[in-house]
Design a protein around this ligand. Sequence first.
Ligand SMILES: *[C@@H]1O[C@H](CO)[C@@H](O)[C@H](O)[C@H]1NC(C)=O
Ligand SMILES: *[C@@H]1O[C@H](CO)[C@@H](O)[C@H](O)[C@H]1NC(C)=O
Ligand SMILES: *[C@@H]1O[C@H](CO)[C@@H](O)[C@H](O)[C@H]1NC(C)=O
Length: 283
Amino acid sequence: MGCSQILIFVSILSCSSLVFAGDFRKDVDIIWGSDKAKILENGQAITLSLDKVSGSGFQSKDQFLFGKISMELKLVPGNSAGTVTSYYLASIGAMWDEIDFEFLGNLSGDPYTVHTNVITRGKGDREQQFRLWFDPTIDFHTYSILWNPKTIIFSVDGTPIREFKNMKPMNVSYPEKQAMRVHSSLWNGDDWATRGGAVKTDWSKAPFTAFYRNYEVQDCVWSASGANVSCGGDGSSSWLNEGIDENSMKRLKWVQSNFMIYDYCNDAKRFRMGLASECIDMN
Ligand SMILES: *[C@@H]1O[C@H](CO)[C@@H](O)[C@H](O)[C@H]1NC(C)=O
Ligand SMILES: *[C@@H]1O[C@H](CO)[C@@H](O)[C@H](O)[C@H]1NC(C)=O
Ligand SMILES: *[C@@H]1O[C@H](CO)[C@@H](O)[C@H](O)[C@H]1NC(C)=O
């Protein structure tokens, strides 16, 4: 997309912040389970399905070094136990970076678990898990990942549920050098996903289907030499400088005190050698 085309969409004077509402036909490649992933509604929607033979998945054609990505998802309804719908950003290689949302299915009427993780240079173990304050299978809800040089914020319908700050001064590695693609897949995780693997996928209910729409990306444009050409440059209102303001912090705390069901920063039993250094700041 050239700058002039983008300007039509965002009506700002400098072509500094790229926002586009995606078209799945142009923006993603189906990389798994070809016939089980279906692009619909002129590229505005996609469905992924899973049966006993395989699941399915897609990834963005573009790679991003920082970005604000959002997508609306409607998760597998009914008995979704054992299924995992993933939606994440990841770079490649042995020292990869990754920012994860995973939705762990459950028996009809039992709650989904939203599983999050941040992996830097191949090292993760930073899980936080949440319940949602709504049934994610009835309607579409917006799940976003803001990733800028200062912070990573996971949000649900605009409410932040988790923040992972750049704490390089405290020697915590932060993803800031490797570009990432957006990935999504629907797969069978019944060896661990639901009640730790105790509840298996009921294949008589297959195929399972998850629905996606309104893929939106704001990102930076980089030249071939690696210099950023434009990256929401003009300042304070840009996603590039976005952080958590006072009001968002209240909502984040509301989520964390009412809906967080697991926090690696509170798991001294698992991390006998000591909690991660970023955990100190989080209390
Ligand atoms: C910083 O982290 C690296 C990698 O984990 C480690 O090798 C190094 O010793 C740490 N430096 C300090 C000052 O803690
Ligand atoms: C499924 O529901 C059970 C019972 O409410 C709950 O313990 C569990 O955490 C839920 N989620 C998963 C992914 O197992
Ligand atoms: C982009 O380049 C400008 C000017 O060189 C610099 O100030 C800014 O920090 C860079 N942004 C990123 C995300 O690298």
